[in-house]
Write a protein that binds this ligand. Structure first.
Ligand code: AMP
Length: 210
């Protein structure tokens, strides 16, 4: 299964992707995670991406497209993958289409996780990431299970109210055109992202079967 998760920042893409890949046995390819790793390692790509990311802006298409096309060409992605955070613009989607056509495969499903804007800022500001396990918590909605875990959690630099507002603007202008793009191909499925992670996973499972 070749899948894409689309949704505004804080919609729950990362949380749901982690659950789905376990079930589907496909690699979870998150452009945001890859970029954060590059920033941490201080690679050339990371140095280029850092300023854009901190400000909640999109990293230039050519940088992200090269990184993702290289990743999906690896052997572990030959039988399928779950893209999370990519594509985020029409040129990125077109580059992906081109690579898929060249490989003689297609995208099977695009899941759109929908959450109203007013909930997204609260979700983002309270979000905390566990660097050890990769799990995502929320201080209020899904608090860490112990003091040990709580102490090692990190707050993403772009999870401030200002950066989230900026990211939402980019989502509206650049990413939302992907919705009609994939709808026209008949692969788009819409999922209500309001509710507990379990409720959303159940809706996704139903949507994937349809
Ligand atoms: P995410 O973890 O998906 O929320 O991504 C975090 C940040 O990484 C975004 O706000 C962008 O700055 C950058 N980023 C991730 N994926 C992309 C992409 N496909 N295109 C451009 N920038 C991206």
């Amino acid at each position: 299964m070749r899948m894409i998760l689309i949704g505004p920042p804080g919609a729950g893409k990362g949380t749901q992707a982690a659950r789905l890949v376990d079930k589907l046995q496909i690699p979870h390819i998150s452009s945001g995670d890859m970029l954060r790793a590059a920033v941490k390692e201080g690679t050339k790509l990371g140095l280029e991406a850092d300023g854009y990311m901190k400000a909640g802006k999109l990293v230039p298409d050519d940088v992200v497209i090269g990184m993702i096309l290289e990743r999906i060409a690896k052997p572990d992605a030959a039988g399928g993958f779950m893209l999370d955070g990519f594509p985020r613009t029409i040129p990125q989607a077109e580059a992906l289409e081109g690579a898929m056509a060249k490989a003689g495969v297609t995208i099977d499903r695009v899941l759109l996780i929908e959450v109203p804007d007013e909930l997204l800022v609260e979700r983002g500001v309270g979000r905390r990431n566990d660097p050890l396990t990769g799990k995502i918590y929320h201080l209020k909605f899904d608090p860490p299970p112990s003091q040990d875990v709580a102490e090692r959690l990190v707050h993403r630099k772009d999870d401030t109210a200002e950066a989230i507002t900026e990211r939402l603007k980019y989502y509206g202008s650049w990413t939302s055109p992907l919705i009609p793009f994939y709808d026209a191909k008949g692969v788009l499925r819409r999922v209500d992202g309001v509710g507990t992670p379990d409720e959303v996973t159940a809706r996704i499972t139903t949507a994937l079967a349809s």
